[in-house]
Design a protein around this ligand. Structure first.
Ligand code: SIN
Length: 275
């Protein structure tokens, strides 16, 4: 059977593209290369009308690298690599409600995440917003870039994950959540581009500064890095997939659909130590 041709339609000039003509459950090498190239260029890519069971979702994620296991969230039986994304009328909070790069508290934070949603709120809502950290870095003044060049930041999972999954039967009293130090500006290992690497969920301080200075600078960087003109916004449909590069993108999930149901699975792809 003749293959569909692959088409890439950017959402904005800075970030985000829809990819048409790729069936993630049956990617050949050419499909993978097109998707990977699009991800490197557009930083987050979107696919419509996908159909994957759990194993196919994991296999699609594995094309991009080894899968990561979340430090806190309980997975479905037999699938430790799956992160359940689910909200309904009983939810008190949702995953990813503040801007973040996934699990940036890990020493080697995930390079990417592939989220597949099959239940979408009736009446709309539940969009995911993505912000380009290349654009955020490139918009800084030269003196600020120079100042940040040798700064490092602490990223902690403690305040993010402690107690968060108690309602799903997790007793984490004896658990130690990751904390890591990363450069404030990281260089992408594939594209060589520089991007900001701090976020308001995990980053607790800039290590070389006094607390007041650190708070002020982090406040500025976190708000600057999610400026509207660095963003794209994805409107989900049933069976859509978003694949983002955590090394150069922050994201946040919009919780504007309570008490409707929004549900799916994420696989997360291992990354390396930011430099
Ligand atoms: C996340 O992976 O942070 C959740 C994103 C979403 O639910 O849109």
């Amino acid at each position: 059977m003749a293959k569909n041709s692959i088409e890439i339609k950017p959402l904005t000039p800075r970030i985000g593209a829809e990819v048409f003509g790729v069936d993630l459950a049956n990617m050949d090498d050419a499909d993978f290369k097109a998707a990977h190239d699009a991800l490197m260029h557009h930083q987050v890519i979107f696919f419509r009308d996908q159909n994957m069971d759990v194993d196919q979702h994991k296999a699609a994620g594995r094309r991009f690298g080894e899968l990561h296991i979340h430090p806190g969230s309980p997975p479905p039986d037999g699938h430790p690599e799956i992160l359940i994304i689910h909200a309904d009328e009983n939810s008190k909070r949702i995953a990813g409600e503040k801007w973040h790069s996934d699990v940036s508290c890990d020493a080697e934070p995930p390079m990417g995440s592939m989220l597949y949603l099959w239940t979408i709120p009736e009446g709309g809502g539940g969009d995911t917003l993505f912000a380009s950290q290349y654009a955020a870095y490139e918009a800084l003044s030269e003196p600020m870039k120079e100042f940040l060049a040798d700064k490092t930041a602490t990223h902690s999972g403690e305040h993010v994950y402690r107690g968060r999954y108690n309602h799903r039967g997790i007793d984490d009293r004896d658990k130690v959540y990751p904390e890591s130090i990363h450069p404030v500006v990281r260089t992408h290992p594939v594209t060589g581009r520089k991007g900001l690497y701090v976020n308001s969920t995990f980053t607790t301080r800039i290590n070389e500064l006094e607390k007041g200075e650190s708070d002020a600078l982090l406040g500025f960087l976190c708000s600057h890095s999610t400026r509207l003109d660095f963003q794209c916004r994805f409107r989900w449909e049933r069976n859509s997939v978003a694949l983002w590069d955590n090394r150069c993108v922050q994201h946040t999930a919009m919780w504007d659909y309570f008490p409707q149901v929004r549900s799916g699975h994420r696989v997360t792809i291992k990354g390396d130590r930011p430099v």
